[in-house]
Each structure stands twice: as structure tokens, then as C-alpha cells.
Design a protein around this ligand. Structure first.
Ligand code: ZN
Length: 105
């Protein structure tokens, strides 16, 4: 674990930090979308409450593209992602805003 200087200022609030499997940025858990593997199917866990192993992605189109293109998500979940399952998640990612619109680079 690296020491994050931001954590000192956040310490008293104790907000759980998670990192996106695509861009590796650490964020407040509630700013990320949690994915879980449930009986061999990878699905979105909107409340983030399921007991299964979870992986996190930013609610940004590019992160879903990156996360779903390779085996990052599968690696993070220790699961095999069937093609139709991957496709459904890619479709979900297409509904998300693009990063350049948010950052306005
Ligand atoms: Zn990300």
C-alpha cells in the first residue's frame, strides 16, 4: 500500500477509497461503479452491498472501454467474462459520459 497524502486530510471522515481497474485512480467508493461476479455472471452492483468480490470502474465511457477490452476486469474479479456478458457491459459503458467532456482538455 502506498501512502496517499490525501488520506491525512480525509482521515477523520474515513471515506473508503477504491481504485478503478482501468485508470487506477483512487476515488471515494461511492464515485465508482461496483461490479461483482455472481454465479459466473458479472453484473453491476448499484448499492455496492453484495458480499462477492468486487471490482470498480469510474462512471466514464473510456474506463469501461479500457476495463472491458483486456482482461483487467476478469483479473480483478478472478472470473471469466463470457462474450455476451462482456457485450452487455460494453453497452452499459456506452451510456456513460466521456472523459474529455468532463475534463475539457
Ligand atoms: Zn477509471
Amino acid at each position: 500500500m502506498k501512502i496517499n497524502p490525501k488520506e491525512q486530510t480525509l482521515r477523520h471522515r474515513h471515506i473508503p477509497q477504491r481504485s478503478c481497474v482501468a485508470c487506477r485512480e483512487s476515488k471515494n467508493k461511492r464515485e465508482l461503479i461496483r461490479l461483482v461476479c455472481n454465479a459466473g455472471v458479472v453484473e453491476i452492483d448499484p448499492k455496492g452491498k453484495r458480499a462477492s468480490r468486487g471490482a470498480y470502474l469510474c462512471p466514464i465511457y473510456e474506463c469501461w472501454e479500457t476495463g472491458l477490452k483486456g482482461n483487467r476486469l476478469e483479473y480483478a474479479l478472478r472470473a471469466k467474462l463470457p462474450p455476451e456478458n462482456r457485450q452487455a457491459l460494453v453497452e452499459y459503458g456506452k451510456s456513460l459520459p466521456k472523459r474529455e467532456k468532463l475534463k475539457n482538455e
